[in-house]
Design a protein around this ligand. Structure first.
Ligand SMILES: O=C(O)C(=O)C[C@]1(C(=O)O)C=C[C@@H](O)C=C1
Length: 273
């Protein structure tokens, strides 16, 4: 099985994917950007993609959400992975020497307070490990990357400051995405994408009322612009109902009857690493 994943080696995605697929026969297709990870699945270059979807400090990763919508991908599994951010530097560099910090925007955002206190500019990279690799290549002593301990050891960097994330118990939620989902029986959760029939007062609450009337627990809700005009949204709604549960098809039927466009993006289990 071929798995697309954000590269180069040493990203949090890479670390979490290797733990998730441990013991399985898989080949990794490492991609330069998150959108390429999704496109690799859409273009059949990979059977599954391993993508970050949400972080406990920074919230949703919109590039991934929009890519799933655009390429009509399905969710096969949810993986929760603990994430610790460190300030990675060339040998001997101290935090007082650092004049610029490099990383992928969600990682920089998880360390916003630390970066603000240091009063230095940041530079965006497509991944934490690409930033770490660039630090090593420059040999500069006035720049640092935000990344994992593993990325630091892979690229031979020192850790100038440990655990620089703004809040403890930082976690990132990943989705395993595919073109076609396998059997959806005996799963814990399901993800719906709902495009409301029209924008009118109370449309979201009318959708939520259906879930509430059927006693369904909503575990995540996120809105994304339809991109057709300002103020027009579609909703990701994750519910605590497996694919086998009759209430899932009942919910979808009722919402469709009310004129909403409802797509099931998958039913899956959640795995904590
Ligand atoms: O750049 C990486 O290391 C990634 O795997 C991406 C990513 C993300 O975009 O959220 C994954 C987990 C962490 O939240 C920080 C970065």
């Amino acid at each position: 099985m071929k798995i697309s994943c954000l590269g180069p080696r040493g990203t949090f995605s890479d670390e979490a994917a290797h733990r998730y697929y441990k013991g399985s026969q898989v080949d990794y297709h490492m991609c330069g950007t998150l959108i390429e990870v999704i496109e690799a699945v859409a273009d059949n270059q990979a059977d599954q993609g391993f993508v970050p979807i949400e972080n406990s400090i920074e919230g949703s990763i919109n590039i991934t959400l929009d890519g799933i919508i655009k390429h009509k991908l399905m969710i096969q599994a949810e993986v929760i992975f603990p994430v610790s951010m460190h300030l990675l530097v060339n040998e001997g560099v101290q935090v007082k020497d650092v004049k610029e910090i490099w990383s992928i925007p969600p990682a920089l955002a998880q360390c916003r307070e630390f970066v603000r206190e240091l009063k230095v500019p940041t530079k965006d990279f497509p991944s934490t490990s690409m930033a770490a690799e660039a630090i090593k290549k420059t040999t500069r002593c006035d720049v640092a990357a935000v990344g994992s301990e593993w990325a630091g050891s892979l690229f031979g960097l020192d850790i100038a400051v440990r655990n620089i994330e703004d809040f403890q118990d930082n976690q990132t939620r990943f989705f395993v995405v595919t073109k076609e989902s396998d059997s959806m029986d005996f799963t814990q959760k399901s993800l719906l994408l709902i495009n409301p029939e029209k924008e009118q007062a109370g449309v979201l609450s009318s959708i939520l009322n259906v879930l509430s009337a059927l006693g369904i627990n909503l575990t995540w809700i996120e809105s994304r612009p339809t991109k057709r005009k300002l103020g027009s949204y579609q909703f990701f709604m994750e519910v605590e109902l497996g694919g086998q549960h009759p209430a899932l098809s009942k919910t979808m039927t009722i919402l469709s009857t009310l004129g909403h466009d409802v797509r099931l993006l998958g039913s899956y289990n959640s795995i904590k690493l």
